[in-house]
Ligand binder design. Structure first.
Ligand SMILES: Nc1ncnc2c1ncn2[C@@H]1O[C@H](COP(=O)(O)OP(=O)(O)OP(=O)(O)O)[C@@H](O)[C@H]1O
Length: 248
């Protein structure tokens, strides 16, 4: 992690009619940092992340992502980030190799780069025997590792992960996080939402969102001290129980 700021937001706000989904969010994230974005269901995490990825226009406030303005430079932002969501990431009816080449192509890699990178990736993930299998036939943990690797194939400055490890056990999650650490070591900033508190412990810093606002932001150790809690579970519980907003 360095002290170079790659995400900066200032009073970023999103309203849907009278409802304020994200309210005056301000924070910074550094190059190579693993930044956890936590909050109960409906807290406003996805709303905020969509604005940061240039997918949704803020109602007010400012932000820069990799130095680009989220109002005016959304195309540049999209080129400089990777994105993986639990809901959609890979095509189940394409093989492992086809998925890598398809998404690599979208990210603008040349045929030569695609060939080299797809082989290297398959080797790194130990998926030599699965390369020609449909992604739909793979275990969920493998799909998630592949989806993450594809999301950073073009070596983006920042990768956004929206609940990337939903539905798998702690050991599989831990393996996924080894890939996250590798990426962060290479200078890729990781912005991750999760509901798993074991994963929260793996982050450099965590922001906790409650009812559209950032209520706390610190290292896991700092948060535990501040809230006199022995675990991140306890910190989360103490903050989330203040929430008035009900999840959908
Ligand atoms: N397009 C929209 N129109 C109206 N309200 C919306 C819209 N999108 C989100 N909301 C509301 O904004 C609030 C925040 O939703 P958001 O999806 O950002 O929460 P979240 O923290 O990501 O929750 P989850 O963990 O369940 O994904 C919710 O109350 C949701 O109903």
């Amino acid at each position: 992690m360095t002290n170079e700021i790659v995400i900066q937001t200032n009073k970023l706000t999103k309203r849907f009619g009278d409802f304020v989904a994200a309210n005056e969010i301000s924070f910074e994230v550094y190059r190579g940092e693993i930044f956890g974005f936590l909050g109960a269901n409906g807290a406003g995490k996805t709303t905020a992340m969509r604005m940061l990825c240039g997918l949704s226009k803020p109602s007010s406030g400012t932000a820069t992502i990799a130095g680009f303005d989220i109002y005016r430079q959304t195309e540049e932002i999209k080129k400089n980030i990777g994105y993986m969501s639990q809901k959609f990431s890979l095509y189940e009816d394409l093989t492992v190799t086809e998925n890598i080449r398809f998404f690599g192509g979208i990210y603008g890699l040349s045929d030569k780069q695609l060939k080299e990178k797809s082989q290297a990736l398959i080797n790194t993930l130990g998926m030599q025997h699965e390369a020609k299998k449909m992604v739909g036939s793979l275990p969920l943990g493998w799909k998630q590792k592949l989806a993450f690797s594809v999301a950073i194939l073009h070596n983006p400055g920042i990768v956004f992960l929206d609940e990337p490890t939903g539905g798998v056990d702690p050991v599989t999650r831990r393996q996924f996080w080894d890939l996250i650490y590798d990426a962060a070591d290479r200078g890729i900033t990781v912005f991750v939402t999760t509901h798993y508190m074991d994963e929260a412990e793996y982050c450099n810093r965590i922001s906790m969102m409650v009812d559209g606002e950032i209520k706390a932001l610190d290292t896991p150790a700092g948060l535990k001290t501040k809230y006199s809690a022995s675990s991140m579970d306890e910190v989360f519980y103490k903050l989330a129980r203040e929430a008035k907003r009900k999840s959908d």
